[in-house]
Design a protein around this ligand. Sequence first.
Ligand code: SF4
Ligand code: SF4
Length: 401
Amino acid sequence: MAVNPVTQRPTFNEIFYTSLQKLPDGERVRACLQCGTCSGVCPFGYLMDYPPSKMIAALRAGMFDRVMKTDKVWMCVSCYACTNSCPAQIPLTAGLMTRTKEELLLAGNVPVELQDALENTQRYGNPMGESPRKRAAWARGIEPSVKIMSQINRPIDVLWFVGDYASFHPRVQLSSRALARIFNLLGVDFGILGHEENSDGDSQRLAGERGLFELLVDKNSKAFQKYQFNQIVTADPHAFNALKNEYPKLGVNYPVQHYTQYLSAKLDLLRPLLRHEIKARITYHDPCYLGRANGIYQPPRQLLQAIPGVELVEMPHSAVNSLCCGGGGGGMWLEGYQWEQAHARLSEWRVREAVAIGADILAVACTYEIPRFEDAVKMVQKASRLVIRDISELLLESIGE
Ligand code: SF4
Ligand code: SF4
């Protein structure tokens, strides 16, 4: 064991390397071939001082303190591209990158804008710093009205975990309203937590704030326990990932589906409602935490193909090779930092791909993505005709509502 010659205690490098190997499949880090594939597929690997393969080389050489001195690790958007392509199956995103961000946070080496989002989450239960009392405001005026669990006194079938951006962001609220109306038309017995819902915490966890994540799990778990329901449905891939894979590790275990899974299983009921043609060339962006992290590729495409008139076309990077929108793992809250470092936005690269294949509509199924891509459309040349729509909005348009 490497020890500090003065204190005779294990070095930081040794402690970090050992902790990494104790994570699920963490011992695989010893099998790294130094092939560099991970660094090659990383969308921002070209400007990281230490992309994943170099981080492992530094660890092996006892020089991880050099990684800790650079802030470029914050360019990692937790997109799972490295993890998915590693021939040694090393858990790079969930292990190496997230553990390193935890240490950077502890050391205070963290961009200010990320710190603000984490402090807002701690204080208000959401990264935007919105009042928890406004969580259900998006649903006002929808008929039949959206049920808030604390106001009804009976079990329901579906608890809809709405998520932060779908609750508070004015543009994303429109997709929440579309989904609520589709649920109503299908006769789904659903309710929401309203002010009792807190951020799912997945992006905060991936940005290195494990303690905050556990606090949020505890708060959401207490809200879940108050009510009876058969399953959770969410439109937020990060909430889906957290509820499916991370909450159970802390003993909070409920069946959960992304809304595209839930609706595609009900296509027999939904299809007869899709009466209006949408004559458009549509391409679909696979969100990292629905696709690469959870292997869900077909349900969103099945829904789009069920809409009459739609021509579904694929971008060069699709399904498992999809390009990240740049919002995951805290990227939503590092826009300024990323721009300063890269002078490029991943969302703009994605919009360029959609334009290059002649798409009329870029369809999304993630609550982070509508505003990200709509901003990108304004910046990319010849993209002004490209329309960004959530799949729920396209379904509702075809229904004719
Ligand atoms: S892809 Fe895997 S094996 Fe290759 S350098 Fe990266 S971590 Fe090592
Ligand atoms: S998770 Fe994505 S952004 Fe992060 S290091 Fe891996 S490939 Fe790069």
